[in-house]
Design a protein around this ligand. Structure first.
Ligand code: DGL
Length: 255
């Protein structure tokens, strides 16, 4: 039966998992909630490759058929190296810059410092020189969401303080899976702007890989979440089950 491994530094990848579930992608999911190394966004490229390698090895031990790196930072800094090291399909998530450029002139790219500085993102932006891109400092946002996912006022205040100087924005690119949990607050600041997220693209790519490899899809869904550091607190466990709309098996301190 199809086993899908997922990696993120925390809850951000749940936005991708929710998209997969809503898209009808049944599987046994093994989600690595890598809170031991959270946040990824301020780590060096070498550290991120090492983190990706360690997590891939853990997922290989679970015999997963596909891995989804549900994290823009790890994708932009490590996916090509990891594809060279492991012989299973690895799907990544990248900021949807191109779709934004097709509809907008002034674009905010919201991503971690590591993603913003990556070659992949720089290359994408240099191919659209007739557009204006802005990169606010979001280095604290993933952690803020991780700690205040249920206190949206704190998230709104952070965004209002850090974004309000960027005027006349038509497009907002969500370049970090954690920020999918802040879309309502972002829209409060820019009610007229269009928000671009890549969740649907990852779902489509996953369905394509499943069909291409003829993986046997179960007629049920199972989600197991393994934190690599401390246990996820009980309120957050409830929040995450509620968010996905199903029961989750949680395990902690995965070695
Ligand atoms: N959710 C991640 C991303 O998409 C990483 C956030 C972080 O750990 O800094 O970039």
């Amino acid at each position: 039966m199809l086993k899908i491994g997922m990696i993120d530094s925390g809850m951000g990848g749940f936005s991708v998992l929710k998209g997969l579930i809503e898209g009808g992608v049944n599987a046994e999911y093994y989600y690595l909630y890598d809170n031991k190394y959270h946040p990824y966004g301020t780590k060096s490229p070498n550290e991120l490759v090492a983190i990706g390698y360690t997590n891939m090895q853990k997922l290989v031990e679970f015999n997963v058929d596909i891995v989804i790196i549900a994290c823009n930072t790890l994708t932009s800094r490590a996916v090509s190296q990891l594809r060279g090291m492991f012989d299973i399909p690895i799907i990544g998530v990248e900021p949807p810059i191109k779709p934004a450029t097709m509809q907008c002139e002034n674009i905010l790219l919201l991503a971690t410092p590591s993603t913003v500085k990556s070659d992949r993102v720089m290359e994408m932006m240099h191919s659209f020189t007739n557009k204006s891109f802005y990169f606010p400092d979001m280095s604290k946002l993933a952690n803020l969401i991780e700690e205040n996912y249920s206190n949206k006022d704190i998230i709104y205040r952070f965004l209002a303080d850090n974004l309000s100087k960027y005027k006349n924005i038509q497009g907002i690119v969500i370049g970090c899976t954690h920020y999918n949990f802040a879309v309502e607050e972002i829209q409060k600041i820019y009610p007229k702007a269009k928000v671009f997220s890549n969740t649907a693209g990852v779902v489509k790519r996953t369905q394509y890989i499943i069909n291409k490899n003829k993986f046997i899809v179960p007629n049920y869904l199972a989600v197991k979440v393994y934190s690599t550091g401390n246990e996820i607190d009980i309120e957050k466990k409830y929040f995450l089950c509620d968010y996905l709309g199903l029961g989750i098996e949680f395990y902690e301190n995965l070695k």
